[in-house]
Write a protein that binds this ligand. Structure first.
Ligand SMILES: Cc1cc2nc3c(=O)[nH]c(=O)nc-3n(C[C@H](O)[C@H](O)[C@H](O)COP(=O)(O)OP(=O)(O)OC[C@H]3O[C@@H](n4cnc5c(N)ncnc54)[C@H](O)[C@@H]3O)c2cc1C
Ligand code: FES
Length: 255
């Protein structure tokens, strides 16, 4: 069920440059069901900005929702000003998440994230681990000062960091790390910018994969067509990222 709830803000902290971790408490947190879904957050208390901001659910459970977001534009900067003991107007949980059951227990699963595509992989990694799957993380960032959750991911499994400027981990892109991995994976999951998703999918041909797309959105619930992407996999020729996704099996969305 999609809920519109005023959730309690119980934590807000800057965990890297302009990257915030927001903890919310409310009933919605126990209705997420699967990792990779998202919420639509009203930025302020007025109608300005009018549109909600879509943010992935980084983790959930025990009445708590964790969101990790970059405060870059107007709306997310307003969200970053929410203080502990305040409230946030949240619509969700929305969309379809990552299928944990696609990974075979006892095997390794590859999780590849770029920038603000990294957060939903954390909740996914926790559920994979609980299901007896070994997660291997490859996380890409622009530079050292915007890297987040390296320790948290490392506690769950092997974790590789790539930065474009080489200030942390391997210099270059996530694909530069992928080339050096020698593991066999039963499945891969990825979230990040489109060129990264394309490169990851191309490099992992032959392995089952799931990609999460971060399209611009209006309504977030399938009513406005703001988020449509082309597909050859249905008669309509398009999918709505908000309600058919944001996670799709690799190959479904044309990239
Ligand atoms: C399913 C989904 C999950 C996401 N998860 C995260 C997350 O976990 N952490 C995070 O930091 N970001 C995430 N994003 C991206 C985030 O929604 C945008 O960065 C944010 O909406 C930008 O708003 P703004 O107020 O900073 O910018 P503004 O420039 O004020 O935004 C103007 C409008 O453009 C939209 N917009 C701008 N950039 C993006 C973008 N990259 N993707 C989608 N809409 C955009 C805004 O929603 C708003 O409607 C996600 C996007 C989607 C679709
Ligand atoms: S955002 Fe309105 S249909 Fe997807």
């Amino acid at each position: 069920m999609i809920r519109n709830e005023r959730m309690k803000v119980t934590g807000q902290r800057e965990i890297a440059r302009n990257i915030y971790e927001l903890i919310l408490e409310g009933e919605l947190a126990d209705e997420v069901g699967e990792p990779g879904r998202f919420v639509h957050v009203r930025a302020g208390e007025t109608m300005d900005p009018l549109l909600r901001r879509p943010i992935s659910i980084a983790d959930y459970g025990d009445g708590r929702l964790t969101l990790i977001y970059r405060a870059d534009g107007y709306g997310t900067r307003v969200i970053s000003e929410k203080e502990r003991h305040g409230q946030a107007d949240v619509l969700g949980p929305l969309g379809n998440g990552f299928p944990v059951e696609a990974a075979v227990p006892g095997t390794k699963a590859l999780l590849v994230g770029g920038g603000v595509g990294v957060p939903p992989l954390y909740g996914l990694s926790r559920r994979l681990k609980e299901a007896g799957v070994e997660p291997v993380h490859v996380l890409g960032f622009q530079s050292d000062d915007v890297v987040f959750y390296e320790e948290e991911f490392s506690r769950l499994g092997e974790t590789h960091i790539a930065t474009v400027d080489g200030s942390r981990g391997k210099k270059g892109f996530v694909t530069d790390v992928l080339e050096s991995l020698i593991h066999e994976f039963s499945v891969y999951y990825s979230c990040g910018p489109l060129p990264m998703l394309k490169a990851v999918a191309d490099g992992m041909t032959g392995t089952e994969g799931y990609l999460s797309f971060e399209e611009r959105m209006g309504c977030g619930i399938g009513a406005c067509f703001a988020c449509v992407c082309h597909t050859d996999s249905n008669d309509r020729g398009y999918v709505k990222v908000c309600s058919d996704g944001p996670v799709f099996k690799a190959g479904v969305v044309t990239i």
